[in-house]
Design a binder for this molecule. Structure first.
Ligand SMILES: [Zn+2]
Ligand SMILES: [Zn+2]
Length: 252
């Protein structure tokens, strides 16, 4: 299994950086997890956009889906028209209605995305089998809006937290994963009643509880000190701690 970081930024990535986007390749299947700002252009450097088989959107915050619009242009331009083989766009429950509103607001036709992708809404808790036997499962996290963590099992296993505060459901989903791709957005833990993100320490504690093989931290603000993030996580997880950066490729 190969993971390519297309975007490791949060809602405002650093200069020249991208928001959330992760390409997972295994058994000839290409899966894109989230598609935030800048991800579509970065994807062009790696592959033909029409060859993305599945796109999963973790939740409907702009830094996780807004580049679906330019990516759709890339697919049709790449193919000289509508593609023969259509990938599948998996949205969270309610995602289709949210995208319809976005498309209306920017004066795009309501079927803009559906002409190139089979668009569906996933059901958390269900298990999906993709080509080559890849299994996908999802679990609801703790965020400001409904958000989901995504696990892919193939030749190896990867769990991506999406955006979440500490969550038993995400921990359960991630159990035993070879790699946990965990958000580490915060400098300090949230202390109010409303929670939605992790610190690097909390991400490492999640990795320990879930007994994963290695931890990769991601979803950073433009001014995040990434070495400090790694240092913060290390005492809380015995295994390797990696720090995502745009363009980083990891095989595991
Ligand atoms: Zn986010
Ligand atoms: Zn979010």
């Amino acid at each position: 299994m190969r993971l390519t970081i297309l975007g490791s930024g949060a809602a405002c990535a650093g200069a020249g950086g991208n928001s959330s986007g992760y390409l997972v390749e295994d058994g000839g299947v290409r899966v894109l997890l989230d598609c935030g700002h800048g991800v579509a252009s970065s994807l062009l450097a790696l592959t033909q956009p029409a060859e993305i088989d599945h796109i999963f959107v973790s939740h409907m915050h702009a830094d996780h889906f807004i580049d679906l619009l330019p990516l759709r242009f890339a697919v049709t331009k790449d193919m000289g028209g509508l593609p023969e083989r259509r990938g599948c766009l998996h949205l969270p429950p309610g995602g289709r209605a949210a995208l319809t509103q976005v498309l209306s607001a920017v004066s795009f036709p309501s079927d803009f995305l559906e002409t190139v992708w089979n668009v569906r809404e996933y059901q958390p808790g269900e298990s999906y089998t993709l080509a080559s036997g890849l299994q996908v499962r999802l679990a609801g996290g703790v965020h400001y809006i409904p958000g989901w963590a995504i696990r892919i099992d193939g030749s190896s296993s990867l769990t991506y937290t999406g955006d979440t505060a500490p969550s038993d459901a995400v921990c359960e989903l991630a159990a035993g994963s070879d790699l946990l791709l965990a958000e580490a957005t915060l400098d300090e833990p949230e202390c109010g009643a409303v929670k939605g993100h992790l610190t690097a320490s909390q991400a490492a504690e999640l990795a320990t509880s879930a007994q994963v093989g290695r931890l990769m931290l991601t979803h950073f603000w433009f001014d995040t000190d990434r070495q400090a993030v790694a240092d913060q996580a290390a005492p809380h997880f015995q295994g390797p701690v990696l720090v995502a950066s745009d363009g980083l490729v990891t095989e595991f």
